[in-house]
Design a protein around this ligand. Structure first.
Ligand SMILES: Cc1cc2nc3c(=O)[nH]c(=O)nc-3n(C[C@H](O)[C@H](O)[C@H](O)COP(=O)(O)O)c2cc1C
Length: 149
């Protein structure tokens, strides 16, 4: 059984609602999950399994409720060696080059801090997938099978 910390970045609540569905599914398959909407550096340092679920705001920016964690990680570089993580990035292709920028930035930063990517980042395009759950569910189920205990 794994305990998964879900770090949420959301402006209008979409990523937060998705995180609640994700947590329920994680628990249905026998793991535990906590959804963190105002994360501190200690939350990520103490997490055993990390799942980032973030939308993108501005021009490729991390939503303000998750930006503090991003900047703290970027400036203090805590080593997260071997910690398994996944990234679900929500965005909209209409924004062009900044598509899913927040999720991409987190993915890159976690790799720099030596955390261990499990599977590939999921990128959800709001212009194509009005409802994020149908694309998230199969990704999540596969991700959970790859997750080390
Ligand atoms: C002001 C604003 C700026 C946005 N900027 C981007 C962007 O740069 N890149 C992107 O992929 N999506 C961008 N989006 C789209 C959102 O990330 C997308 O709609 C997401 O599903 C919203 O999730 P939320 O409800 O959790 O905030 C932007 C949306 C808004 C309203």
């Amino acid at each position: 059984m794994a305990h998964i910390s879900i770090f949420v970045g959301s402006v209008n609540g979409g990523a937060e609602r998705l995180s609640d569905d994700i947590a329920k599914t994680i628990e249905q398959v026998g793991h535990t999950a906590v959804v963190i909407t105002e994360a501190s550096l200690d939350d990520i340092k103490n997490a055993s399994h990390i799942l980032i679920v973030t939308s993108t705001t501005g021009q490729g920016d991390v939503p303000s409720n998750l930006a503090g964690l991003y900047f703290a990680m970027n400036s203090t570089s805590p080593m997260l060696t071997g910690k398994p993580f996944g990234v679900i990035a929500m965005g909209d292709r209409c924004y062009g080059e900044t598509f899913c920028g927040a999720g991409r930035s987190f993915d890159e930063l976690l790799r720099d801090l030596q955390a261990k990517p499990v599977g590939n980042r999921l990128e959800i395009d709001a212009s194509e997938n009005f409802e994020p759950w149908p694309v998230t569910e199969p990704w999540l189920k596969l991700w959970l099978t790859k997750l080390p205990e």
